[in-house]
Design a binder for this molecule. Structure first.
Ligand SMILES: [Zn+2]
Ligand SMILES: [Zn+2]
Length: 357
Protein backbone atom coordinates (compact mmCIF):
# COMPACT_ATOMS: atom_id res chain seq x y z
CA UNK A 1 0.00 0.00 0.00
CA UNK A 2 1.44 3.30 -1.10
CA UNK A 3 0.17 5.88 1.34
CA UNK A 4 -0.19 5.74 5.10
CA UNK A 5 -3.88 6.52 4.92
CA UNK A 6 -5.77 3.73 3.22
CA UNK A 7 -8.90 4.50 1.27
CA UNK A 8 -10.28 1.11 0.39
CA UNK A 9 -7.97 -1.83 1.18
CA UNK A 10 -9.07 -4.75 -1.02
CA UNK A 11 -8.07 -8.43 -1.07
CA UNK A 12 -7.28 -9.11 -4.72
CA UNK A 13 -6.74 -12.34 -6.62
CA UNK A 14 -4.26 -11.50 -9.40
CA UNK A 15 -3.71 -15.01 -10.69
CA UNK A 16 -3.78 -18.56 -9.32
CA UNK A 17 -2.43 -18.51 -5.73
CA UNK A 18 -1.32 -14.92 -6.22
CA UNK A 19 -3.13 -12.52 -3.90
CA UNK A 20 -2.32 -9.02 -2.70
CA UNK A 21 -3.93 -6.42 -0.51
CA UNK A 22 -4.15 -3.21 -2.51
CA UNK A 23 -5.60 0.17 -1.84
CA UNK A 24 -8.33 0.91 -4.36
CA UNK A 25 -10.49 4.02 -4.70
CA UNK A 26 -13.66 4.05 -2.61
CA UNK A 27 -16.44 2.93 -5.00
CA UNK A 28 -18.99 5.59 -5.91
CA UNK A 29 -22.78 5.24 -6.02
CA UNK A 30 -23.78 4.57 -9.63
CA UNK A 31 -27.53 4.81 -9.25
CA UNK A 32 -29.73 7.02 -7.02
CA UNK A 33 -30.93 3.89 -5.21
CA UNK A 34 -27.40 2.60 -4.41
CA UNK A 35 -25.86 2.53 -0.95
CA UNK A 36 -22.23 2.49 0.15
CA UNK A 37 -21.47 -0.10 2.82
CA UNK A 38 -18.50 -0.43 5.11
CA UNK A 39 -17.88 -4.18 5.20
CA UNK A 40 -17.75 -5.54 8.74
CA UNK A 41 -17.26 -9.28 8.31
CA UNK A 42 -16.85 -11.67 5.37
CA UNK A 43 -17.13 -15.45 5.39
CA UNK A 44 -15.02 -17.57 3.05
CA UNK A 45 -16.83 -19.86 0.69
CA UNK A 46 -15.67 -22.92 -1.23
CA UNK A 47 -16.03 -20.90 -4.44
CA UNK A 48 -13.58 -18.21 -3.23
CA UNK A 49 -11.03 -20.91 -2.42
CA UNK A 50 -11.67 -22.54 -5.79
CA UNK A 51 -10.88 -19.31 -7.67
CA UNK A 52 -7.78 -18.81 -5.52
CA UNK A 53 -6.55 -22.34 -6.29
CA UNK A 54 -7.66 -22.78 -9.90
CA UNK A 55 -8.52 -19.33 -11.29
CA UNK A 56 -11.82 -20.58 -12.66
CA UNK A 57 -15.14 -22.25 -11.94
CA UNK A 58 -16.81 -23.83 -14.97
CA UNK A 59 -17.00 -21.11 -17.65
CA UNK A 60 -16.16 -18.28 -15.26
CA UNK A 61 -12.46 -17.63 -15.79
CA UNK A 62 -10.26 -15.09 -14.04
CA UNK A 63 -8.72 -12.88 -16.75
CA UNK A 64 -7.97 -9.76 -14.72
CA UNK A 65 -7.32 -9.06 -11.02
CA UNK A 66 -10.53 -9.47 -9.00
CA UNK A 67 -11.49 -8.77 -5.38
CA UNK A 68 -12.58 -12.03 -3.68
CA UNK A 69 -15.41 -12.58 -1.18
CA UNK A 70 -19.21 -12.58 -1.39
CA UNK A 71 -20.51 -13.50 2.08
CA UNK A 72 -20.60 -10.19 3.95
CA UNK A 73 -22.38 -8.03 6.43
CA UNK A 74 -21.61 -4.41 7.22
CA UNK A 75 -22.83 -0.92 7.97
CA UNK A 76 -24.40 1.58 5.58
CA UNK A 77 -22.29 4.75 5.39
CA UNK A 78 -23.94 6.60 2.50
CA UNK A 79 -27.29 6.38 0.73
CA UNK A 80 -28.29 7.65 -2.72
CA UNK A 81 -31.04 10.27 -3.06
CA UNK A 82 -33.67 7.69 -4.15
CA UNK A 83 -33.12 5.32 -1.18
CA UNK A 84 -36.30 4.85 0.80
CA UNK A 85 -35.57 2.53 3.71
CA UNK A 86 -31.89 2.52 4.67
CA UNK A 87 -29.95 5.16 6.56
CA UNK A 88 -26.28 5.60 7.45
CA UNK A 89 -25.55 3.46 10.49
CA UNK A 90 -27.95 0.64 9.56
CA UNK A 91 -26.37 -2.81 9.69
CA UNK A 92 -27.21 -5.06 6.73
CA UNK A 93 -26.53 -8.45 5.16
CA UNK A 94 -25.24 -7.99 1.61
CA UNK A 95 -26.96 -9.99 -1.13
CA UNK A 96 -24.02 -10.24 -3.52
CA UNK A 97 -25.68 -10.88 -6.90
CA UNK A 98 -27.43 -8.04 -8.69
CA UNK A 99 -29.58 -9.14 -11.64
CA UNK A 100 -30.41 -7.06 -14.72
CA UNK A 101 -34.11 -6.80 -13.73
CA UNK A 102 -34.99 -6.75 -17.47
CA UNK A 103 -34.54 -10.27 -18.89
CA UNK A 104 -37.39 -12.85 -19.08
CA UNK A 105 -36.08 -14.67 -15.97
CA UNK A 106 -35.96 -11.48 -13.92
CA UNK A 107 -39.44 -10.54 -15.10
CA UNK A 108 -40.74 -14.03 -14.24
CA UNK A 109 -39.53 -13.67 -10.64
CA UNK A 110 -36.57 -16.00 -10.95
CA UNK A 111 -33.77 -13.46 -10.88
CA UNK A 112 -31.21 -16.02 -9.70
CA UNK A 113 -31.41 -17.34 -13.29
CA UNK A 114 -30.78 -13.88 -14.80
CA UNK A 115 -28.83 -14.01 -18.05
CA UNK A 116 -26.92 -10.86 -17.11
CA UNK A 117 -26.18 -11.35 -13.41
CA UNK A 118 -23.41 -9.31 -11.77
CA UNK A 119 -22.27 -11.54 -8.92
CA UNK A 120 -19.55 -10.56 -6.43
CA UNK A 121 -16.24 -12.40 -6.91
CA UNK A 122 -17.41 -14.10 -10.09
CA UNK A 123 -15.23 -12.86 -12.98
CA UNK A 124 -15.18 -10.10 -14.03
CA UNK A 125 -17.01 -8.62 -11.01
CA UNK A 126 -15.20 -7.61 -7.83
CA UNK A 127 -16.17 -9.18 -4.52
CA UNK A 128 -16.76 -7.87 -1.04
CA UNK A 129 -13.39 -8.50 0.67
CA UNK A 130 -12.68 -4.79 0.81
CA UNK A 131 -13.36 -1.92 3.14
CA UNK A 132 -16.24 -0.58 1.03
CA UNK A 133 -18.80 -2.08 -1.32
CA UNK A 134 -21.72 -0.60 -3.27
CA UNK A 135 -25.10 -2.33 -3.69
CA UNK A 136 -28.62 -1.29 -4.63
CA UNK A 137 -30.66 -0.60 -1.50
CA UNK A 138 -33.02 -3.54 -2.15
CA UNK A 139 -30.07 -6.00 -2.09
CA UNK A 140 -29.22 -5.05 1.49
CA UNK A 141 -31.30 -6.79 4.16
CA UNK A 142 -31.37 -4.96 7.52
CA UNK A 143 -30.14 -6.94 10.53
CA UNK A 144 -32.09 -6.52 13.78
CA UNK A 145 -30.02 -5.40 16.80
CA UNK A 146 -29.80 -8.93 18.24
CA UNK A 147 -28.39 -10.43 15.02
CA UNK A 148 -24.62 -9.81 14.83
CA UNK A 149 -22.52 -9.02 11.76
CA UNK A 150 -20.96 -12.48 12.11
CA UNK A 151 -24.40 -14.04 11.75
CA UNK A 152 -25.10 -11.53 8.98
CA UNK A 153 -22.13 -12.86 7.01
CA UNK A 154 -23.63 -16.35 7.23
CA UNK A 155 -26.90 -15.15 5.70
CA UNK A 156 -25.39 -15.85 2.26
CA UNK A 157 -24.93 -19.63 2.70
CA UNK A 158 -28.14 -19.70 4.77
CA UNK A 159 -30.03 -18.14 1.83
CA UNK A 160 -28.62 -20.94 -0.36
CA UNK A 161 -30.19 -23.38 2.12
CA UNK A 162 -33.48 -21.48 2.10
CA UNK A 163 -33.63 -21.65 -1.70
CA UNK A 164 -32.92 -25.40 -1.69
CA UNK A 165 -35.64 -26.05 0.90
CA UNK A 166 -38.09 -23.97 -1.16
CA UNK A 167 -37.14 -25.89 -4.32
CA UNK A 168 -37.76 -29.12 -2.37
CA UNK A 169 -41.08 -27.73 -1.08
CA UNK A 170 -40.45 -29.14 2.40
CA UNK A 171 -43.74 -29.39 4.29
CA UNK A 172 -44.49 -29.96 7.99
CA UNK A 173 -44.19 -33.67 8.77
CA UNK A 174 -41.85 -34.46 5.87
CA UNK A 175 -38.84 -36.75 6.18
CA UNK A 176 -35.68 -35.35 4.59
CA UNK A 177 -32.28 -36.93 3.90
CA UNK A 178 -29.41 -34.52 3.23
CA UNK A 179 -26.17 -35.79 1.66
CA UNK A 180 -23.01 -33.84 2.56
CA UNK A 181 -22.52 -32.32 6.03
CA UNK A 182 -20.49 -29.28 4.93
CA UNK A 183 -21.70 -25.72 5.66
CA UNK A 184 -24.45 -25.73 3.01
CA UNK A 185 -25.69 -29.23 3.90
CA UNK A 186 -25.87 -28.28 7.58
CA UNK A 187 -27.79 -25.10 6.78
CA UNK A 188 -30.20 -27.00 4.50
CA UNK A 189 -30.86 -29.39 7.39
CA UNK A 190 -31.49 -26.49 9.78
CA UNK A 191 -33.88 -24.74 7.36
CA UNK A 192 -35.72 -28.02 6.60
CA UNK A 193 -36.23 -28.50 10.33
CA UNK A 194 -37.47 -24.92 10.68
CA UNK A 195 -39.99 -25.72 7.93
CA UNK A 196 -41.39 -28.58 9.98
CA UNK A 197 -39.47 -31.63 8.73
CA UNK A 198 -39.83 -34.26 11.46
CA UNK A 199 -36.84 -36.35 10.45
CA UNK A 200 -33.69 -34.78 9.02
CA UNK A 201 -31.06 -37.44 8.36
CA UNK A 202 -27.56 -36.33 7.34
CA UNK A 203 -25.21 -38.56 5.37
CA UNK A 204 -21.45 -38.08 5.00
CA UNK A 205 -18.27 -40.17 5.08
CA UNK A 206 -16.42 -38.04 7.66
CA UNK A 207 -17.43 -39.15 11.16
CA UNK A 208 -16.56 -35.88 13.02
CA UNK A 209 -18.77 -33.96 10.58
CA UNK A 210 -21.64 -36.33 11.33
CA UNK A 211 -21.09 -36.00 15.05
CA UNK A 212 -21.29 -32.22 14.70
CA UNK A 213 -24.41 -32.52 12.50
CA UNK A 214 -26.13 -34.46 15.27
CA UNK A 215 -25.47 -31.65 17.75
CA UNK A 216 -26.62 -29.06 15.21
CA UNK A 217 -29.72 -29.83 13.13
CA UNK A 218 -29.77 -33.51 12.19
CA UNK A 219 -32.20 -35.84 13.95
CA UNK A 220 -30.11 -38.79 12.76
CA UNK A 221 -26.83 -39.39 10.90
CA UNK A 222 -25.48 -42.14 8.65
CA UNK A 223 -21.89 -42.83 7.64
CA UNK A 224 -21.88 -43.84 3.96
CA UNK A 225 -18.67 -45.84 4.45
CA UNK A 226 -21.15 -48.53 5.52
CA UNK A 227 -21.22 -49.94 1.97
CA UNK A 228 -19.87 -49.14 -1.49
CA UNK A 229 -23.25 -50.06 -2.97
CA UNK A 230 -25.68 -47.08 -3.09
CA UNK A 231 -28.68 -49.45 -3.00
CA UNK A 232 -27.42 -51.14 0.16
CA UNK A 233 -26.81 -47.77 1.83
CA UNK A 234 -30.24 -46.46 0.80
CA UNK A 235 -31.98 -49.57 2.18
CA UNK A 236 -29.99 -49.30 5.41
CA UNK A 237 -30.90 -45.60 5.84
CA UNK A 238 -34.61 -46.36 5.28
CA UNK A 239 -34.46 -49.23 7.78
CA UNK A 240 -32.40 -47.48 10.47
CA UNK A 241 -34.51 -44.35 10.49
CA UNK A 242 -37.87 -45.99 9.86
CA UNK A 243 -38.60 -44.03 6.67
CA UNK A 244 -41.36 -46.35 5.44
CA UNK A 245 -41.40 -46.40 1.63
CA UNK A 246 -38.45 -44.01 1.65
CA UNK A 247 -37.77 -40.35 2.39
CA UNK A 248 -40.23 -37.73 1.16
CA UNK A 249 -37.29 -35.60 0.08
CA UNK A 250 -33.62 -36.24 -0.66
CA UNK A 251 -31.18 -33.38 -1.15
CA UNK A 252 -27.62 -33.74 -2.37
CA UNK A 253 -25.25 -31.09 -1.04
CA UNK A 254 -22.09 -33.07 -1.85
CA UNK A 255 -21.91 -33.27 -5.64
CA UNK A 256 -20.46 -36.79 -5.23
CA UNK A 257 -21.77 -39.53 -7.54
CA UNK A 258 -22.19 -42.20 -4.81
CA UNK A 259 -24.30 -39.75 -2.75
CA UNK A 260 -26.47 -38.82 -5.71
CA UNK A 261 -27.07 -42.49 -6.52
CA UNK A 262 -27.93 -43.30 -2.91
CA UNK A 263 -30.22 -40.28 -2.72
CA UNK A 264 -32.28 -41.43 -5.70
CA UNK A 265 -32.68 -44.87 -4.10
CA UNK A 266 -33.56 -43.38 -0.70
CA UNK A 267 -36.46 -41.25 -2.02
CA UNK A 268 -39.92 -42.79 -1.81
CA UNK A 269 -42.17 -43.28 -4.83
CA UNK A 270 -43.58 -39.87 -5.70
CA UNK A 271 -40.90 -38.08 -3.66
CA UNK A 272 -38.65 -35.13 -4.52
CA UNK A 273 -34.92 -34.92 -5.19
CA UNK A 274 -32.99 -31.63 -5.26
CA UNK A 275 -29.42 -31.19 -6.48
CA UNK A 276 -27.78 -28.51 -4.35
CA UNK A 277 -24.10 -29.46 -4.43
CA UNK A 278 -21.74 -28.73 -7.28
CA UNK A 279 -19.33 -31.46 -8.30
CA UNK A 280 -18.36 -33.20 -11.52
CA UNK A 281 -19.99 -31.88 -14.71
CA UNK A 282 -21.39 -35.31 -15.50
CA UNK A 283 -22.18 -38.36 -13.42
CA UNK A 284 -24.06 -41.59 -14.00
CA UNK A 285 -27.24 -42.08 -11.98
CA UNK A 286 -30.17 -44.55 -11.84
CA UNK A 287 -32.54 -42.90 -14.29
CA UNK A 288 -34.90 -45.91 -14.33
CA UNK A 289 -35.49 -45.55 -10.59
CA UNK A 290 -36.26 -41.89 -11.16
CA UNK A 291 -38.73 -42.78 -13.94
CA UNK A 292 -40.51 -45.70 -12.25
CA UNK A 293 -40.80 -43.94 -8.88
CA UNK A 294 -41.98 -40.78 -10.64
CA UNK A 295 -39.49 -38.68 -8.67
CA UNK A 296 -39.61 -34.91 -9.09
CA UNK A 297 -36.01 -33.79 -9.70
CA UNK A 298 -34.90 -30.20 -9.43
CA UNK A 299 -31.76 -28.11 -9.47
CA UNK A 300 -31.11 -25.22 -7.12
CA UNK A 301 -28.94 -22.23 -7.93
CA UNK A 302 -28.00 -19.48 -5.47
CA UNK A 303 -31.10 -17.62 -4.17
CA UNK A 304 -34.00 -15.65 -5.55
CA UNK A 305 -36.79 -13.33 -4.45
CA UNK A 306 -37.37 -13.40 -0.71
CA UNK A 307 -34.68 -15.95 0.12
CA UNK A 308 -32.27 -13.48 1.74
CA UNK A 309 -35.09 -11.88 3.72
CA UNK A 310 -36.36 -15.25 4.96
CA UNK A 311 -32.81 -16.21 5.97
CA UNK A 312 -32.55 -13.07 8.12
CA UNK A 313 -36.07 -13.65 9.52
CA UNK A 314 -35.20 -17.24 10.50
CA UNK A 315 -32.11 -15.95 12.36
CA UNK A 316 -34.06 -13.11 13.99
CA UNK A 317 -36.77 -15.50 15.19
CA UNK A 318 -34.22 -17.98 16.52
CA UNK A 319 -35.64 -20.67 14.19
CA UNK A 320 -32.16 -21.27 12.77
CA UNK A 321 -28.87 -20.67 14.54
CA UNK A 322 -25.57 -20.18 12.71
CA UNK A 323 -23.14 -19.14 15.48
CA UNK A 324 -22.13 -22.77 16.02
CA UNK A 325 -20.78 -22.95 12.47
CA UNK A 326 -18.16 -20.24 12.98
CA UNK A 327 -14.92 -22.05 13.75
CA UNK A 328 -12.26 -19.34 13.36
CA UNK A 329 -11.65 -15.75 12.31
CA UNK A 330 -8.77 -13.81 10.82
CA UNK A 331 -7.75 -10.17 10.55
CA UNK A 332 -8.08 -8.64 7.09
CA UNK A 333 -4.27 -8.47 6.78
CA UNK A 334 -4.18 -12.25 7.31
CA UNK A 335 -6.88 -13.08 4.76
CA UNK A 336 -4.58 -15.38 2.80
CA UNK A 337 -4.04 -17.51 5.93
CA UNK A 338 -7.80 -17.90 6.14
CA UNK A 339 -7.77 -19.32 2.61
CA UNK A 340 -4.99 -21.75 3.52
CA UNK A 341 -7.00 -22.94 6.52
CA UNK A 342 -10.20 -23.28 4.51
CA UNK A 343 -8.34 -25.32 1.88
CA UNK A 344 -7.12 -27.75 4.54
CA UNK A 345 -10.79 -28.41 5.26
CA UNK A 346 -10.38 -27.48 8.89
CA UNK A 347 -13.38 -25.95 10.55
CA UNK A 348 -16.77 -25.16 9.07
CA UNK A 349 -17.03 -21.42 8.52
CA UNK A 350 -14.06 -19.07 8.62
CA UNK A 351 -14.61 -15.32 8.96
CA UNK A 352 -12.40 -12.40 7.97
CA UNK A 353 -12.90 -9.05 9.70
CA UNK A 354 -13.21 -6.02 7.48
CA UNK A 355 -10.17 -3.71 7.25
CA UNK A 356 -9.84 -1.62 10.40
CA UNK A 357 -8.25 1.50 8.96
ZN1 LIG B 1 -20.78 -18.67 -0.88
ZN1 LIG C 1 -32.11 -10.54 -15.68
Amino acid sequence: MASAKHENPSFILNAVKNVTIEDRPIPTLKNPSDVLIRVGVTGICGSDVHYWEHGRIADFILTAPMVLGHESAGTVVETGPACKHLHPGDRVALEPGVPCRLCPYCKAGTYNLCTDMRFAATPPYDGTLAKYYVLPEDFCVPLPPHVSNDEGALVEPLAVGVHVVRQANVQPGNTVVVFGAGPVGLLIAAVAKAHGAVKVIMVDIVQPRLEFALTYAATGVFNAMHSRDPKVNAAEIIKQFDLGFGADIAIDASGAAPSINTAIHVVRTGGTYVQAGMGADEISFPIMAMCCKEITMKGSFRYGPGDYKLAVDLLAAGSVSVKELITSRFKFEDAEKAFEEQKKGKGIKILIDGPQD
